[in-house]
Design a protein around this ligand. Sequence first.
Ligand code: SF4
Length: 905
Amino acid sequence: MKRQTTASTCCYCGVGCGVLIEHDGEQILGVSGDPTHPANYGKLCSKGSTLHLTGDLAARALYPQLRLGKGLARARTDWDSALDHAASVFARTIAEHGPDSVAFYISGQLLTEDYYAFNKLARALVGTNNIDSNSRLCMSSAVVGYKRSLGADAPPCSYEDLELSDCVMIVGSNMAYAHPVLFRRLEQARARRPQMKVIVIDPRRTDTCDLADLHLAILPGSDVALFHGILHLLLWEGWIDRSFIQAHTEGLAELKNLVRDYTPHRVAQLCGISVAQLQQCAEWVGTSPSFLSLWCMGLNQSTAGSAKNSALINLHLATGQIGRPGAGPFSLTGQPNAMGGRETGSLANLLPGHREASHAGHRAEVAAYWSVPTLPESPGLSAIELFEQVNSGKIKALWIACTNPAQSLPDQQNVRAALQACPFVVLQEAFATTETAPFADLLLPAASWGEKEGTVTNSERRISHVRRAIPAPGEARPDWAITVDFAQRLEKHLRPGQASLFAFDQPGQLFDEFKQLTRGRDLDLSGLSHALLDHLGPQQWPFPQGATSGTPRLYVDGIFPTTSGRAQFIAEPFCAAKEQRDAHFPLTLITGRLRDQWHGMSRTGTAAQLFGHVSEALLSLHPDELQRQHLNAGDLVNLKSRRGSVIVALASDDSVRPGQAFLPMHWGDRFLKGGVNVLTQPAFDPLSKQPELKHSGVRIEAVELPWQFFALVEGNVQQHFEALRPLCEDFAYVSLSLAGRERPALLIRAACAQPPAPQRLQEIDLHLGLDHGPVLAYDDSRRAIGKRVRIEQGRITAIRLAGETLARHWLQNLWLEGRVDAQLRPWLLAPLSAPPGAAGANPGAQKTLCNCKNVSHSAVCAGIRSGLDLQGLKQQLGCGTQCGSCVPEIKRLLAAKVRPSAITS
Ligand code: SF4
């Protein structure tokens, strides 16, 4: 078929980059950045530029599947039977236990039209406010921050403000990894305007710090103290905008009383920084002509998330740094359409059009628009509360859409117990391989990126029209269509004989109905339509009827959507994070992101290329902390919190401070037995109800797991993954990942105290294709050592090392190189940590630094050692010349004059 291009957007982070999808009408063949999209002007990061390599069909949900008993396997069914069954179970549950006995848990991945359909289903048809989104884990503290301080959940800035600002403060965000294309814009702006100051506030020294003039490595959770300390200095030095405060704000007197106690010495002590650093930070904030703050999960995922957001916004109000170019508080959203969810009211406490579910007038307005007598009054359950109520048996039917709570919610043991106990779990999902999928009684296959149409709103309030390039595979359907179809069937039970509330055939109809609920509200987007977006391109709300362009900046007139029209200073004292270090749990566990993975890895975890930079779950500890605990990089340890434990390998990493530990958030139970969120805590902010995923008390215990296992198998990685992961369940430590590019492979590392039964290895060998054919084998049953290497057409295609795995790195490198020299063959099964002739050095597995150009870490190090600078490396190796995601790390290596190129495990 003819090659075509369809304009759409990236489905990962909230930057909302425009993407051109190349396809032939049936398959997606490639992607490139959309040069006309104002979010990215043609740029994509390492994740966006590999979108076409993700979403392996073998991982997709293709047909509805149903089981009629918890102990049974799901069987394929048809859509009519599936949705009729779901409608009758929901109707029966509602009839017997009331509308609040069912719940919907949805996602920032959904399109606005999908969200709207779910909201109307829950509130207007079912009559419950039990609809919450995974945005609760992501942005709900920012929502509260904006609403309390400024009057509406509306980020006031535009991306162009990054380029116009004189002082940019990045707080609690590894922007270089989490919002890379915006970070590139900032880097370029800084190169053009070197006088711009960049302050990074983060407990870790991340790649984002590469751009920082000042890095404040504050103690985790101490942000409110820091912001109050900055305000203390702003007031003391007179670095405030008195006329702005007088004309446009309220509440400074009370706040002044509070921050009087936040003296520089006290704050420096609370935050673990120097007084000089604090003073420098306050001076730049207070004296720069324009001041912009950017933040993400470091502020939001906290028991004091709302207070942190408001304390930061206080700085903008005190300095009048809002509503003008290069200035303002600007949250970076984690998901592609978290904003659309907030607009459509997809958190339990909201209603469409930035309304409140607790507000009788708002309920009446929406009920009248939807032509239903009333909307439910009883408060809905937020994510953590919702799963607690599932666990307690109050929620008896749960509909999960496009999200993976068995990976992403904290306190996983309770979440999984809840999912296991819930009488009826529906999962509407594009991927059949997520950690949540085994809990589904009914699995409904959903269309995914490139396969559905609708709209998304990015961090700067810009709405893009997402277009469909190819049909969804199998019987998968767009999320809005599944929801509407289910609602129409449920109506027959709940509103027999009445006109349908869900007469939608196209997503544009949902958008047109939704937009009228924004008319006259702060986010008024009633002037937009899918057709207008096609005509004008992506637009920023408000965009009222009759507008000809969107609104780049809010509050330029100093009038805020509060009752008084004035912005509010919020005076709340610093409260430490819930779990402080103590004798039992002496380390603080911080979670965060990897450069090339996204959230729960249901999509990025299908592309081997995206494991090139970081190939497995590693717990980062400072070298001094390792020494203090008599541990070494590569050791396996039992990492324990008050809720659970995981066994994980250690990495030496001086970017974390002693007393802290860092584990990426992405690794769920599929990739690391147990998954990171068995450790994290469900305690949440009292206002935003966002859990403190970023901060848990942990301890490390040494483990003795002498029996080690390593396997590699090339090809059909998803099928191998699904077959082999359950066979590893008995091992104490299990880590799975992918490797390679053109020839992807599945890798397994495992360990346990005792060797497994020989039969288990035979089962594994069967799936690895090591039970027959051209296989080199070695067995020493007395020592429980067994090795297999399969060689086909002169190259390795599968490896299994059991009991002794010294050769795993160089065998993996041989596989990657696609050759086995005749002289090496006799040594493939030997207990050698390096190939003969390599002078005993353990080469380590190769790490890819630049994913776009496939340039290894060791090649960059060699280039630096030969005297190349950044420009020289770019020219000779090509690294850093495409998406630029690797540039901060290359700069760090240059600055360090190349530390040893060894991998840390
Ligand atoms: Fe996608 Fe990267 Fe752009 Fe985020 S920055 S939207 S992940 S391409």
